[in-house]
Design a protein around this ligand. Structure first.
Ligand code: SF4
Ligand code: SF4
Length: 368
């Protein structure tokens, strides 16, 4: 099906500023047509790792929140905590990071609820029958919401070429267990040089897979369930992910997670992609390199394949920012993401999403 994707162009005027144009594309797209009074609305975004300045500004969330409330919905901002040990690995630190980046009730008009609980062990699991997964587990608070609105900062990504709506939902809403399964095919690794033998991971492990030997923790891989929770509970950073998944499997797994999550929501899902500060890498880093192209605007639509395809196409139509890291101008003429990450085929995620029945890559762009 060829769906419409609406673009609020970045160039605004005294007649209509970008926030007003954002409101107009939301109305035109009909993404809230299925939202009814009292619906709990999970607005899934990335609050940005402190130090990164490319994430979506709170002022846009304030507008989105106000529009959800206008429809009678009960919005909350959410994200699930990360697998790696950064500033967003556990709910308390994650909330502090969000506040540091300007997100709180007074700035956006809605509460922030971390999607997978205090230490990332609160998730909902679905049985599925996909190529890579037989079970999908994602944030319980996101599962319990009536409506899911993906608000994604569109940018490059070091493992998937680009990160948009598919990544915001498929990876971002996944539990630690899901994130671990997407990134790695083996159990976590224990760093004996960092371990202080506190025993916290042993007490936490639901499988009894960890034991101390000579005051250093170690794992029995056959017992490990792959929940990833030991990574979060170790305050010393002594338990690490083995990032060994292939680029193609990583992207396909992310798509399978997206599919299960959005199919749970039925028609109660919508998408906004922000094509601004289009940095070459993920907002998970505590810094961001110069944008690879000029700002483009905000996209809105009802299909995640089409909104991501439209985002890629719009980026690729732009001139390269001469201050960016992209050096291969010949490739960048037609493909900014391949120029930034020559070994990554970003089309895998779109092709696989389309093959999985999530939507056609064909779309109609409506400029507003
Ligand atoms: S929680 Fe970390 S420091 Fe404590 S025993 Fe486990 S691995 Fe070692
Ligand atoms: S990943 Fe989960 S099951 Fe495996 S060792 Fe860590 S806490 Fe235990």
């Amino acid at each position: 099906m060829t769906g419409k994707v609406y673009l609020a162009e970045i160039k605004s005027s005294s007649q209509e500023n970008l926030l007003q144009r954002l409101e107009r594309i939301i109305e035109l797209s009909g993404i809230f047509n299925t939202l009814v009074k009292h619906d709990k609305v999970a607005i899934k975004l990335h609050f940005g790792e402190p130090g990164n300045t490319a994430y979506i500004r709170p002022v846009y969330l304030r507008k989105i929140v106000s529009l959800v409330k206008k429809k009678g919905g009960r919005p909350f901002l959410t994200d699930c905590s990360t697998l790696y040990n950064g500033r967003r690995a556990r709910a308390i630190e994650h909330l502090e990071a969000a506040f540091e980046n300007g997100f709180d009730y007074s700035s956006v008009g809605a509460p922030i609820i971390i999607g997978d609980g205090l230490i990332g062990d609160s998730y909902h699991s679905n049985s599925v029958n996909y190529k890579h997964f037989k079970e999908i587990s994602y944030g319980k608070e996101i599962h319990d919401a009536d409506f899911l609105l993906s608000v994604a900062h569109f940018k490059g990504h070091e493992m998937s070429g680009f990160g948009g709506a598919i990544k915001n939902i498929g990876m971002g809403a996944a539990s630690k267990k899901g994130k671990l399964a997407m990134h790695s095919s083996v159990t976590p690794a224990f760093d004996k040089t960092r371990c202080i033998g506190c025993g916290r991971c042993i007490n936490w492990c639901p499988a009894g897979a960890i034991a101390l030997t000579n005051k250093k923790a170690g794992i029995t891989p056959d017992l490990c369930l792959g929940c990833g929770e030991c990574i979060a509970v170790c305050a010393e950073g002594a338990i690490n992910i083995v990032w060994n998944e292939s680029i193609s499997n990583f992207q396909e797994k992310m798509v399978e997670y997206s599919k299960a999550i959005i199919e749970d929501k039925g028609s109660k899902v919508g998408y906004l992609n922000f094509l601004m500060d289009i940095s070459p890498e993920c907002d998970c880093y505590p810094y961001n390199d110069a944008p690879i192209v000029p700002d483009i605007g905000i996209l809105c639509g009802t299909n995640l394949v089409q909104i991501d395809q439209a985002s890629v196409d719009l980026v690729n139509q732009q001139p390269v920012n001469p201050n960016s890291r992209i050096a291969n101008i010949a490739i960048a003429e037609t493909d900014k993401f391949r120029a930034a990450f020559p070994n990554i085929d970003w089309e895998i995620q779109l092709d696989y999403a389309s093959d999985c029945g999530l939507g056609s890559r064909e779309y109609q762009l409506v400029r507003v």
